[in-house]
Design a protein around this ligand. Structure first.
Ligand code: NAP
Ligand code: FE
Length: 366
């Protein structure tokens, strides 16, 4: 057995971890850039906790609260310019995956003034100033991954920034998700689930990464029941947050696979939220496997006796009505088929017709 497992992020999980560990902030510097979305962080208590912790430890801060969903390189450039002008020592991303990913990207731009949104993708390996991540969705797992997924309007797609930016510290407190609306809870949970699935059924999966996958499926057995019955109690919030962290730790080792790569055009061109875009493709992706052995193990942990039972659950949670035609499916498929890195993560040989089939069977169902 041989594997590598890298997880440099210090994780604080539990109630009030931000205020209980506030000295973490002052150890990172004297001035911080808080990066967040337009409003949710100010309503769910995360922004208050962080600003209180900073004030109590004598750390100055500036706020950039203009991060949109699926953050664009232009927004990232705007935020980094503010960070550079104010000579910040570190960045704090508060919110869902969008603000956390934007914070990570800004941390790279702030550290490397010669880098801009036109030369970043050919820049090679870059360092960043430290990042602290505070998730408020469950989720992307971005608080424990090295990825920063950005929207390139020039290339009309979403893509990984291509740098390794593990947050130095993740403060994971499920109380910030207590009032997350049902639809966002479902969409983001589907993202966490898809990380667990795509990391588990991945060319790069290892004995060690599988442990997180299997523990995550165990948690999802409970979480699916609660999502279906709409009983989103505190126990559910804690468990789905933990499952999201496990999914993040897992894809940090393996990368994602077909649904993530195929979902990006559905988000860019059709406006489907990220988790929903993965979720809607998941069943057909699973059906496309010639070797179902590991899928059967996954279903067993989830408490299902066959794939149809998972399909039934996902059908209840997912209601996607998008206007899409064969021509678009062919365009998305061709473009995805050129993404050799994602295809490499899929453990079986896959042809263009398989990709077309997954899109078609997932989206053109009558
Ligand atoms: P998001 O785009 O960060 O946020 C979606 C919406 O949820 C926003 O309107 C946000 O409002 C709101 N929201 C966030 N927390 C809330 C709360 N506690 N209560 C109420 N509303 C809340 O959603 P996300 O699904 O977490 O992130 C998606 C992004 O992450 C995508 O760009 C995806 O590609 C990326 N991603 C990254 C990784 C990675 O490893 N880096 C992995 C998977 C996905 P505000 O705008 O007001 O905050
Ligand atoms: Fe994702």
């Amino acid at each position: 057995m041989e594997f590598k497992f890298l997880m440099p992020t210090q994780i604080h999980f539990g109630e009030d971890v931000v205020l209980k560990n506030k000295e973490v902030f002052s150890a990172l510097g004297r001035k911080a850039l808080i990066v967040t979305g337009r409003s949710s962080a100010k309503k769910n208590g995360s922004f208050d906790d962080v600003s209180k912790a900073l004030t109590q430890t004598g750390v100055e801060y500036i706020v950039f609260d203009e991060v949109e969903e699926n953050p664009s390189l232009e927004t990232i450039e705007k935020g980094s310019n503010i960070g550079k002008k104010n000579h910040v020592d570190f960045v704090i991303g508060i919110g869902g995956g969008s603000p956390m990913d934007a914070a990570k990207a800004m941390a790279v731009f702030i550290k490397n003034p010669e880098i801009n949104i036109d030369n970043i993708f050919s820049a090679g390996k870059l360092e960043s100033i430290p990042v602290v991540a505070v998730p408020t969705t469950s989720g992307t797992g971005s608080e424990v991954t090295q990825y920063s997924i950005v929207t390139s309007n020039k290339e009309k797609t979403k893509k990984n920034l291509g740098q390794s930016i593990f947050p130095k510290v993740a403060f994971v407190d499920s109380k910030y998700t207590f009032n997350l609306p049902y639809n966002i809870t479902v969409n983001t949970a589907l993202d966490a689930f898809s990380h667990l699935v795509e990391g588990y059924l991945n060319t790069n999966s290892t004995y060690m990464s599988d442990i997180y996958g299997e523990k995550g499926f165990e948690l999802f057995k409970y979480c699916f029941e609660k999502l279906i019955s709409k009983d989103l109690n505190k126990e559910f919030r804690k468990k789905v947050m933990l499952a999201s962290v496990f999914g993040g730790k897992q894809i940090a080792q393996t990368g994602t696979s077909l649904p993530h790569g195929m979902g990006y055009p559905l988000t860019y061109f059709k406006g489907l939220p990220h988790g929903l875009a993965n979720g809607v493709l998941t069943i057909e992706y699973l059906k496309s496997f010639k070797d179902q052995t590991k899928i059967e193990r996954m279903l067993d942990i989830l408490g299902f006796s066959h794939l149809g039972e998972l399909e039934e659950i996902l059908n209840k949670l997912i209601d996607v009505k998008i206007d899409i035609n064969e021509k678009e499916i062919n365009e998305y498929s061709n473009s995805f088929f050129n993404n050799k890195a994602k295809l490499k993560n899929h453990p079986e040989e896959v042809g263009l017709e398989d990709i077309v089939g997954i899109y078609r069977n997932s989206l053109l169902k009558s």
